[in-house]
Write a protein that binds this ligand. Structure first.
Ligand code: VGL
Ligand code: ZN
Length: 206
């Protein structure tokens, strides 16, 4: 039988790991967990957050605003982040300890300077798609398993879109870490995911 599950590894990039521009606490701790998991999947997709320097999400592009302020841009709430994952920079590279040779697809998102893209499926306007839905469905994928960074942003929005797009959706919680900004955001993300029917599991459940 053709395998109907896919491992999706969100944004395990230098800038989201300790020492990076937008370091997620303990972000690099998930790397051995994910390396172990890749042996259990035949379909593996990784994403890269990939921004132009002029990106709307960078606080430096909004004079007078501070990092972590929330603004409204084109009717969408936007958190202002430190400059991170600029296309072509070392910070945007996949972390060197993450073993990428078994990845089938590396998908870049966040290229449009005007719209942020937390989800691997569509940009924050909720309309512009990345093509991942069609890619997975073409391969017969019915179950998606999410790992990566950050739990309360890109993993969260990707998992929410995944279940809305009718995939049976799992988040492998020890294969993720969160930013927790504002404080309490991780707990809120986890309870929202559970309410929506997303299963929160551990890597050794697989
Ligand atoms: C992310 C904030 C800004 C993420 C990306 O990968 O969770 N968070 N850009
Ligand atoms: Zn980003």
């Amino acid at each position: 039988m053709k395998e109907d599950k896919a491992l999706i590894i969100i944004d395990v990039q230098n800038d989201f790991c300790p020492g990076g521009a937008l370091a997620v606490p303990g972000g690099d701790k998930i790397i051995p967990v994910i390396n172990e998991l890749t042996g259990k999947f035949k379909k593996i997709i990784a994403t890269q957050d990939w921004h132009p320097d002029s990106h709307v999400s960078f606080a430096m592009n909004h004079p007078g605003k501070n990092e972590y302020d929330v603004i409204e841009h084109k009717g969408i709430d936007q958190v202002l982040w430190p400059r991170h994952c600029v296309a072509g920079t070392e910070g945007a590279e996949i972390h060197p300890r993450l073993e990428s040779k078994s990845f089938n697809l590396i998908l870049r998102k966040g290229n449009n300077s005007e719209i942020d893209s937390y989800s691997a499926f569509r940009e924050n306007d909720k309309k512009t798609v990345t093509g991942l839905d069609g890619y997975l469905k073409n391969l017969g994928v019915k179950k998606t398993y999410f790992t990566g960074l950050a739990l309360d942003y890109c993993v969260f929005y990707s998992a929410i879109d995944s279940i809305e797009l009718s995939f049976k959706t799992f988040v492998i919680i020890d294969g993720t870490r969160g930013i927790d900004s504002p404080s309490g955001n991780i707990d809120k993300a986890v309870s929202t995911m559970k309410e929506k029917g997303i299963e929160i599991i551990n890597s050794n459940d697989l």
